[in-house]
Design a protein around this ligand. Structure first.
Ligand SMILES: [Cu+2]
Length: 209
């Protein structure tokens, strides 16, 4: 749970849409069902950026004025928009359930050019298979190279950081694996740390010749 974000646990309601997620996210152990609140405060969304998991919903709550919650970026409705709803005295709440992993930018039609925008990031749920399976540093033709191999939930993102400060980012593929390649590493020991979009963090030590 992040920076004062309000969440309410919902009931796990079986339905066509939810069943669709269960198929797409076959590797996810737990189905998320949380509702994250985003408040309209003046000409802004608070918090503007939220991170949720597939199956979670965002509920926008109106306080004053005439606004919309419109999928698109920047200030143009997405041609395949997921939602475009009024947020005003007649429609003081709008709720949308996010099923797919990814980033969904949105804005308010009347106030987008004044910066009334936001982003919903839908990250996979960690399922316990987040791990570094290999971090072997080898010398080839006088250059130290290392491939960090990892496992995780399909479509999750990751960033691998070395104790030297170098970082590489990637995405877990269909087989539940990913890799980050480094070269020109200095001789000696170090630590590789992988941070996943789902929130997991794992480390492994390596030693370069
Ligand atoms: Cu607005």
């Amino acid at each position: 749970m992040q920076n004062g974000m309000k969440r309410a646990r919902g009931f796990a309601v079986a339905g066509v849409a939810v069943a669709g997620v269960a198929v797409a996210m076959a590797t996810a152990a737990v189905m998320a069902r949380e509702i994250v609140i985003v408040n309209q405060t003046g000409d802004s969304f608070e918090p503007a950026d939220v991170t949720i998991h597939p199956g979670d919903s965002v509920r926008w709550i109106w306080s004053s004025g005439m606004h919309t919650v419109t999928h698109g970026d920047p200030c143009t409705r997405d041609p395949n928009f997921l939602f475009d709803a009024p947020l005003n005295a007649d429609n003081p709440q709008f709720e949308f359930q996010f099923l797919s992993v990814g980033g969904v930018p949105y804005f308010c039609e009347p106030h987008c050019f004044f910066g009334m925008t936001g982003t919903v990031t839908v990250a996979p749920l960690c399922d316990g298979r987040e791990a570094i399976t290999s971090a072997k540093c080898r010398e080839r033709n006088g250059i130290n190279k290392m491939t960090v191999k990892l496992t995780g939930v399909v479509a999750d993102t990751f960033t691998v950081s070395l104790s030297t400060g170098e970082t590489k980012s990637g995405t877990i593929g269909d087989r539940g694996t990913g890799k980050a390649k480094f070269k020109n590493l200095a001789p000696g020991p170090g630590t590789a740390t992988a941070r996943y979009g789902c929130g997991a963090e794992v480390s492994a030590n390596y030693d370069c010749p």
